[in-house]
Design a protein around this ligand. Structure first.
Ligand code: SF4
Length: 326
């Protein structure tokens, strides 16, 4: 079975990097590492879609098909971790791409970075939706003997039909949980991130419970659920998707989103439901991670700027479905 998207349509762009590890602010981790840029998993809610617009590309098909391959990333990482001033703090891998997407089968950049990490006995975490990470179990288990290692799988739903719609080229949830089980059985601390939570799609208590229950059964130690955030280019993509697949939900999103964020009341309710699920299934919160704030806006030349139509809903659109009353 192939979960890796439309390989034939994917264009890999060699992109040598100047830095491998990047400083992150306002997060529970300080350093991130992304061997690729763009992601063929094509999740419609992906906040990283925005990053392609900094290159003058679009947050839609370009993000899913123009994959930048940082071919020298392991070499640069080795240089950075060798610096006497390097803090040794944990590095989060895969915060703006899936480091185990199809490209990794061919280019093995993530594996190369792990070899460097092993050499330096560096602590790290990975977040992925891909079972390809099992390929590196030997190396990861070896690093875990000397440094703190955390492996996170993103599972937004256990409903395969829903997953097919919202994250069309990622591995089915059950496959991700199988991979988690393999790591947990090897004694490596694993967690499930149920993010993003999208009102009307995966925010009911029973839906959150179902993911938490499956996570616990697979051997996860931690469970976290985080709300949807829509930066402007991602918002346009996500709303077009919602209009196509779940049209009765669109008026609610158009009317209720507060800038990039869900209303506070909805965010609190998500937090409460995730807490209930943790208690029910004996999971802990541990290292909470939230989507990073977008980098500072870079002004693009006028010919590359992407027009963002105003999307405020007319007040007379009826809310045929209101997730807040669900
Ligand atoms: S797997 Fe992660 S990086 Fe890739 S499209 Fe989905 S959310 Fe974005």
């Amino acid at each position: 079975m192939c979960y890796y998207g439309q390989m034939a349509a994917t264009n890999y762009v060699d992109s040598r990097c100047k830095t491998a590890v990047n400083r992150v602010y306002g997060m529970p981790f300080k350093w991130s590492l992304n061997p690729y840029r763009g992601c063929v998993h094509a999740c419609h809610y992906c906040y990283a879609r925005e990053t392609h617009t900094y290159l003058g590309l679009n947050a839609d098909k370009d993000f899913e098909s123009q994959i930048f391959v940082k071919s020298n990333v392991a070499e640069v990482l080795d240089h950075e971790l060798s610096r006497p001033g390097w803090s040794g703090e944990s590095i989060a891998i895969g915060t703006a791409t899936d480091a185990y997407q199809a490209a990794e089968k061919r280019f093995r950049l993530t594996r190369g970075c792990l070899e460097v990490i092993s050499k330096h006995k560096q602590q790290f975490s990975v977040v992925t939706k891909s079972p390809l990470i099992v390929r590196d179990l030997d190396l990861i288990a070896d690093i875990a003997m000397h440094a703190q290692v955390r492996i996170y799988f993103t599972v937004t739903t256990i409903d395969e039909a829903l997953s097919d719609k919202i994250e069309p080229s990622a591995a089915p949830p059950v496959i991700r949980l199988k991979a988690l089980e393999t790591f947990a059985a090897a004694g490596i601390t694993c967690g499930v991130m149920m993010a993003p939570i999208m009102p009307g799609l995966n925010d009911r208590q029973d839906q959150i419970d179902a993911v938490a229950e499956a996570a616990a059964a697979a051997g996860a130690a931690t469970f976290w659920a985080g709300p949807l955030r829509l930066a402007p280019p991602v918002r346009n993509h996500f709303y077009a998707f919602i209009e196509r697949e779940f049209p009765t939900l669109l008026p609610w999103y158009l009317r209720r989103m507060e800038g990039q964020h869900l209303p506070e009341r909805v965010r609190e309710r998500i937090e409460e439901r995730a807490g209930n699920a943790r208690v029910r299934y004996g999971l802990s919160l541990a290292e909470r991670r939230t989507p990073p704030e977008p980098p500072p806006v870079r002004v693009l030349p006028a010919q590359l700027a992407i027009p963002l139509p105003e999307l405020d809903a007319p007040r007379d659109i009826p809310l045929r479905y209101d997730p807040l009353s669900a």
